[in-house]
Ligand binder design. Structure first.
Ligand code: IMP
Ligand code: MG
Length: 176
């Protein structure tokens, strides 16, 4: 573990929580046509574990989001990678690493609902509450925290630390 980090969730704690989420999702989506939509890149580890904890069939697709920052399109959501599968008529479960302000998830969920999904719900490994600006319902939440910049288990800081097996808090995010 690099020195400027402190452990927040161990691999074992994460595995136990993912198993609980997988069991709940398997119960709630039994007999439903489930499409898991992972949000790249941060959700790749969580989605891989969650998908294997399900006891029901599911299909998997991915999106990658970015947002225009220029003044003509303030905060507009852009798919730098869009779905390959059609969400129409399907029960979509978005799988995200961490919800912070809530902006990206609220826009993604609205976009998926607007494209005719039968239902759109959200599963996030971490629900980070202190900076929330837009209400989003986190239907399946792994862990709730108020604040801190987290890395590991898919989460990055400037593309680093995604491959750590646990979740860590960066002690000095500015000079990490
Ligand atoms: P928001 O909810 O629209 O503000 O965006 C959340 C996104 O910001 C997440 O999907 C992450 O990509 C990134 N993010 C927010 N907080 C953290 C963090 O603590 N560690 C790593 N990425 C974060
Ligand atoms: Mg993200």
């Amino acid at each position: 573990m690099p020195s400027a980090m402190s452990p927040v969730f161990t691999p074992q704690e994460i595995a136990e929580r993912v198993a609980q989420l997988g069991a709940r999702i398997s119960r709630e989506y039994a007999d439903k046509d489930l499409l898991l939509v992972g949000v790249l890149k941060g959700a790749f580890v969580f989605l891989a574990d969650l998908a294997r904890s399900l006891t029901i069939p599911a299909q998997v697709d991915f999106v990658r989001l970015s947002s225009y920052q220029d003044k003509d399109h303030p905060g507009e959501l852009v798919f730098s990678r869009d779905l390959e599968l059609d969400p129409r008529g399907r029960h979509v479960l978005v799988v995200e690493d961490i919800v912070d302000t809530g902006r990206s998830m609220s826009k993604l969920m609205a976009s998926l609902a607007g494209r005719g999904a039968e239902s759109v719900r959200l599963c996030a490994l971490i629900d980070k509450t202190e900076r929330r600006e837009v209400h989003v319902e986190v239907d399946f939440s792994g862990f709730r925290l108020s604040q801190g910049f987290l890395v590991g288990y898919g989460l990055d800081f400037a593309e680093n630390h995604r491959c750590l097996p646990g979740v860590y808090k960066l002690l000095n995010p500015k000079d990490a």
